[in-house]
Design a protein around this ligand. Sequence first.
Ligand code: SN0
Length: 316
Amino acid sequence: MKKFTSIKDVHNIKSLLSLAQELKESPFKYDSLGKNKTLGLLFFNPSLRTRLSSQKAAMNLGMNVVVMNLNNDGWTIEFGDGTVMNQGTQEHIKEAAGVISQYCDVIGIRTFASLTNREEDYQDSVLTKFIAHASVPVISLESATLHPLQSFADIITITENKIIEKPKVVLTWAPHPRALPQSVSNSFVEWVKETNVDLVITHPKGYELNEEFTKDVEISYDQEKAFENADFIYAKNWSCYRDYGNTLKNLDHWVVNREKMKLTNNAKFMHCLPVRRNVVATDEVLDAPSSLILEQANNRTYAAQAVLLKMLRNED
Ligand code: SN0
């Protein structure tokens, strides 16, 4: 595996899922595979789970890890081709990615959406340019449009917790005080579509995701109706795709609460975290035994470990 940026980079989802489950059973089985290899984790944005679970995954494989917050600690990187660099940017992506590749055997990068320029965000230009100029495998730690390690952990979690063969999975938009990217939701849809589930997306009018991800998926503007018979409720806020990066007002009633969870088939509750309590979902929902939020976070380690193992072994 030369890059892990989307489900399209995965040769066989079932076998990657089995590998993650095998690693969860025996995390240290391959603890010398990564000896003397270095994982570099580069962050343009904040992180808690991604940073720690990726480090832990690498350590479980015997790798060394270096971490850098590029926004605060590095030079300001220029991404433009042919730019005369006499302004604020100090180092070109060509050198930056080339240099990092001298020190690291695998590179992970987090680069969120700007939410100001849809075309640029949806080209995932920062990640794409890193990949173009790096000479080692690259893992997305959440790009402008996708968060594949999260989605991989989510399908591990659904697989482990499903009671029926083909569960109903509902992705519900939820309120938030800030404009957030669409990446977790795009990616969730992309991965879950490849598994044996009934997927329904519910959101207020105006929050339609990019159709590239949602074509062939049932969409409902009626949250309560969508919750009926659901086996999994996945809550996430995102800002508008059509009116790019904007948010709509007076939608606080979309919060996931206990009354709405009662409409489901005893559904398990999921969220990628961090979660704004009592805005996205109420304390009752987050603290209930049916909440899988910590299991999802735990599975982030094995998702990352499976991907790293494939890269270290140079396998598809
Ligand atoms: C990010 C997002 O893409 O929605 C990362 C999720 C894994 N979430 C946030 O930026 C939340 C920030 C906030 O203000 O609550």
